[in-house]
Design a protein around this ligand. Structure first.
Ligand code: SF4
Length: 383
């Protein structure tokens, strides 16, 4: 099949086929749609929050976060007046924290420049931080029922199979084809429900593995189904290289308080708080594959490195006393072995630069921490 021309590619979706498909999809959606909290509303604020949370995150994980977030910030005005730390605290555990910071910045922009009123066009919405073409299309179609195409993870897979797309759907050309196809499918009326139905179909029937083709309302127009190629499509993107790194998290104690540092702008987890955290140099030499022994003193060369780097970061002298535990986690393309240490300092708890705080374990819960930061905080709380 040649893909040099989009009209050829869309050929099975003639106006007659398209009308049939839209009707079948609508009937299916009205019977099978899940009852999700963000579907019970036409409020663009709620739709926006849910769509940002759902990026890179499953529905099941998002529901409790969405409900807590909306309880605390029921409208854009409440969100705009919040402290960034409070927004990040409610986001804690969802990851990709720039989403929360962008939501906060967008809320401020909406209130300051637009009186808290959401724009009703894609072109205006994508001027807000963190709102891309997909999110804008979702808000415009779900909240205002205006025709705006959408392509996200579920519809990307669905469209790729409907078209039997023989290329990486995330490539520049693949994206161009899919956005044009989304536009081609879109009805002029009830575009919001139609887009929701496409996403639901992608998520519930046209699943990544073992799609339920016999139950699918699109099977009469699906090229992948006709060719028996559902398992080959979408074409996989080139595998991302995973890099293994070893980092240290140093919990520095002064009396009964621990030092927390606010991650600066431009760094990983900006705006979140953390213990002193940095890569361990020559980790192969210092950290055995089986892990450090928490019953023995920290090896002296490693202790010196921890002390030197902590001094550079926080400007205080520490003694790296104990290895506590190793936490393994992944961030984007990195697989991290995080070595957690306890350290002591005689530094006065009053004299610290901006961006540092001495915090009693009882108050750890007031600070937004990364998932591993929270695990270490819980360990310290229990000590
Ligand atoms: Fe997906 Fe199968 Fe439906 Fe085609 S027929 S859209 S492959 S579930």
């Amino acid at each position: 099949m040649t893909q040099s021309s989009e009209p050829d590619l869309f050929e099975p979706f003639s106006s007659v086929e398209l009308t049939k498909f839209r009707r079948a999809l609508r009937r299916w959606y009205q019977r099978r749609a899940r009852d999700l909290p963000w579907r019970r509303t036409g409020d663009p604020y709620r739709i926006w929050i849910s769509e940002i949370m759902l990026q890179q995150t499953t529905v099941a994980a998002v529901v409790p976060y969405f409900e807590r977030f909306l309880d605390r910030f029921p409208d854009v005005e409440e969100l705009a007046t919040a402290e960034e730390g409070d927004v990040l605290r409610l986001w804690e555990g969802l990851g990709y924290y720039s989403r929360a910071r962008n939501i906060h910045r967008s809320a401020r922009q909406l209130v300051e420049e637009l009186n808290g009123v959401f724009p009703e066009t894609v072109d205006e919405l994508i001027k807000l931080p963190g709102i891309g073409r997909y999110t804008a299309g979702a808000i415009v179609s779900f909240a205002f029922d205006r025709p705006a195409p959408i392509v996200e993870a579920n519809t990307l897979r669905l469209y790729s199979r409907l078209l039997a797309l023989d290329e990486n759907p995330r490539s520049t050309h693949g994206q161009r084809v899919l956005w044009a196809f989304a536009e081609h499918l879109l009805p002029r009326r009830s575009a919001g429900e139609f887009n929701q139905a496409l996403m639901e179909l992608g998520s519930q029937v046209c699943t990544p593995t073992e799609p339920e083709c016999p139950k699918c309302p699109a099977r009469s127009v699906c090229r992948a189904f006709a060719a028996g190629r559902q398992s080959e499509i979408p074409v996989a993107a080139p595998r991302q290289q995973i890099t293994a790194i070893v980092e240290a998290a140093v919990a520095v104690r002064s009396g009964d308080q621990y030092l927390l540092r606010r991650n600066p702008e431009g760094q990983r987890w900006a705006g979140m708080w953390d213990f002193l955290r940095f890569p361990i140099e020559d980790a192969d030499r210092h950290i055995p594959e089986s892990g450090l022994d928490s019953t023995r003193p920290v090896p002296s060369r490693l202790a010196r490195q921890l002390e030197r780097t902590s001094q550079d970061m926080a400007g205080i002298e520490i003694r790296a006393n104990r290895f506590l535990t190793e936490l393994r986690h992944g961030v984007t393309r990195y697989r991290i072995r995080l070595q957690c240490f306890l350290a002591e300092t005689d530094a006065s708890a009053n004299r610290m630069a901006d961006g540092f705080q001495w915090v009693h374990p009882d108050a750890f819960s007031d600070y937004p921490l990364s998932v591993t930061g929270r695990k270490l905080a819980r360990l310290l709380e229990a000590m």
